[in-house]
Design a protein around this ligand. Structure first.
Ligand SMILES: N[C@@H](CCC(=O)N[C@@H](CS)C(=O)NCC(=O)O)C(=O)O
Length: 246
């Protein structure tokens, strides 16, 4: 029995969601509602004490960390649509890409996303409500992030994160202008984990990600969006989870 707890197909939640759709195994989805702060609720913290999605439940065992969940699914279902190259060198290349997205690319995009989109949610509470809410958040760094979302991120930090986004886009484009997938000739977890963060940047960062400046990255995103598993994943989003502008 497999259950994925997630925010739906975006950011870190997208990684195991897409991997599960690619595998086509039987599993269930439990949407954790960020609008209701469900990730910080007592019931969810029993599943992931860090109060973050995604989390996978497999026969009563809990696996956390989006990339680790994807690797776990490969270990459990190695023969169904493998998403890890068989060749050890290519597998190492794949892991360099998944490590990079987790340690670098994800963070700069996340900070700008928080500065742009979490501000209203963080300001929707009174001071007392906000402080009470912060007390529910287990990760100290997330508490800092929530406070910054409410009070405003330092401009210096936003400038630095934008610089890193530029570096990230250039790195992806450098590879994707030469080859269809991040590990040459193989669609793998390297693509899934980076796509989770990159998809949609042509709308959020059109000055950086566009047909003229990053044609390789644009074509790669379109290629992944065209995959049946990816279409199935986006089609599976219940309408009630979509925001009015979606
Ligand atoms: N390193 C973790 C990061 C998980 C993470 O940042 N999750 C975000 C959603 S993408 C989350 O739960 N944010 C809500 C919060 O921290 O309050 C992973 O890759 O799974």
């Amino acid at each position: 029995m497999l259950t994925l707890y997630s925010f739906g197909p975006g950011a870190n939640s997208l990684k195991p969601l897409l991997a599960l759709h690619e595998k086509g195994v039987e599993w269930t989805h439990r949407f954790v509602d960020p609008g209701k702060f469900e990730q910080h609720s007592d019931w969810f913290k029993k599943i992931n004490p860090r109060g973050q999605v995604p989390a996978l439940e497999h026969d009563g065992k809990i696996i956390t960390e989006s990339t680790v969940i994807c690797e776990y699914l490969e270990d459990v279902y190695p023969n169904i649509n493998p998403l890890r190259p068989a060749d050890p060198y290519k597998r190492a290349e794949m892991r360099v890409w998944t490590k990079w997205v987790d340690e670098y690319f994800c963070w700069c995009v996340s900070t700008i996303g928080w500065a742009r989109h979490i501000k209203d949610l963080a300001n929707s509470m009174t001071e007392d409500e906000f402080e009470a809410h912060l007390a529910n958040i287990p990760i100290p760094e997330q508490r800092v992030k929530w406070r910054r979302a409410r009070d405003g991120f330092p401009q210096e930090m936003l400038d630095e994160e934008m610089r890193k986004i530029g570096v990230s886009i250039a790195r992806l484009e450098e590879t994707l202008s030469r080859q269809d997938y991040l590990v040459e000739g193989e669609y793998s977890l390297a693509d899934i984990c980076n796509f989770a963060i990159a998809n949609g940047m042509q709308f959020g960062f059109p000055e950086l990600v566009n047909e003229q400046d990053t044609p390789g990255l644009m074509a790669w995103m379109a290629r992944i969006n065209e995959r049946p598993a990816c279409k199935e994943m986006f089609e599976a989003v219940p309408r009630e989870n979509l925001k009015p502008e979606d």
